[in-house]
Design a protein around this ligand. Structure first.
Ligand code: UFG
Length: 328
């Protein structure tokens, strides 16, 4: 298949390029490099343009005879979305609509969309199933859920085939090396904790220890970025026109902030200073996925479900690239 990966130079996008390419698909990265990194895409061709540039999207789809779009380009900071919702609805939701219109114009019928656990908000129960209540508690989650609703409508009205993948907490790096997580600013727990043994920060903050969880800190379901990338490939290969489906992607086990810090200590063999800080606004106590639907319908089998492996692969990347790609 010829695949256009919008946001292909980002953390998850670059891993998807590798997995898709290894399986014989031809990928084109479409990225304005405002957050992404040119070095992350390897030998894959780059269209350097913004996801909101309809003419550039249509031209790329026609020129490269695109069969399927994987759409990852988005702003992802839930906290920032609360104070700058315009940025999130403009970038995540409006660009989603522009992309769908560009696909109609170019006759591209299939899309895999990067959605998020944030569409559930405060879950009523864990593990979360796809049919559970969708009630985002921040504009980030709402901006993504709007796109999911558009996908459903476009599937029904125009025969688009789409899959929304609701990611839980993505971490790790390709064990083959060379690519990994490089956000600026970094807000995610595992890379922040690993900055301590790298000497880049004196310690890490634990945002609250009075949640209703076994050790009082928030629990999250961590998924290896290569397993996530593989799920995109599987979804891409089974999409049926006229359908819109959604799948959770996680490992079905919650790890607390304290457990993650402890795992980082074990994997790096270093002391890691951790201090208690106030709760961060908008953090649900527990987010754990049921991925039974993805396992059943997509045949998805995570290859790296162990948290130690996820952290070890993340550490391998950060240890060898302490300044990430060094381009920002
Ligand atoms: N945490 C800390 N200290 C830190 C950073 C995070 O204690 O320095 C805690 C958070 O409070 C949270 C857990 O670690 O309980 C995980 O936090 P992350 O920021 O790594 O991940 P989130 O679960 O907040 O974020 C995930 C995705 C985001 C997305 C968000 C939406 O990784 O991209 O869900 O809810 F925006």
């Amino acid at each position: 298949m010829n695949v256009l990966v919008i946001g292909g130079a980002g953390y998850i996008g670059s891993h998807i390029l590798r997995v898709m390419t290894r399986h014989g698909h031809t990928c084109i990265a479409f990225d304005d490099l405002c957050k992404g990194h040119a070095q992350a895409i390897g030998a894959v061709a780059l269209v350097k343009a913004n996801g909101g540039d309809r003419a550039a999207l249509v031209a790329a789809m026609r020129q490269h005879k695109i069969d399927l779009v994987i759409h990852l380009a988005a702003f992802i900071e839930a906290g920032e979305s609360v104070v700058q919702p315009d940025k999130y609805f403009r970038n995540n939701t409006l660009i989603g609509l522009t992309l769908l219109e560009a696909m109609r114009e170019a006759g591209v019928k299939r899309m895999v969309f990067s959605s998020t656990a944030a569409v559930y908000g405060q879950p009523e129960r864990v593990p979360i199933e796809e049919t559970d209540r969708l009630e985002p508690i921040n504009p980030y989650g709402a901006s993504k859920l709007c796109v999911e609703y558009m996908l459903r409508a476009y599937a029904a009205a125009y025969g688009l085939g789409c899959v929304a993948l609701r990611y839980f907490n993505v971490a790790g790096a390709d064990p083959a090396g060379g690519i990994g997580e490089d956000h600026s600013p970094e807000t995610h727990l595992i890379p922040l904790v690993l900055q301590v043994p790298l000497g880049k920060r004196p310690g890490v903050k634990i945002f609250g220890d009075d949640y209703e969880t076994p050790d009082g800190t928030c629990t999250r379901d961590y998924i290896h970025v290569m397993d996530l990338a593989e799920a995109h490939r599987l979804a891409a290969e089974v999409i049926e026109p006229g359908t819109a489906k959604a799948y959770n992607l996680g490992n079905g086990e919650g790890f607390s902030v304290r457990q993650i810090i402890e795992t980082c200590r074990k994997v790096t063999g270093k002391t890691i200073q951790a201090d208690l800080a106030p709760r961060r606004a908008g953090d649900p106590a527990r987010l754990v996925a049921s991925s039974a639907k993805a396992q059943k319908e997509l045949g998805w089998r995570p290859q790296y479900p162990q948290i130690e492996t996820i952290v070890a692969h993340a550490w391998n990347w950060h240890r060898t690239h302490p300044n990430g790609y060094g381009d920002k």
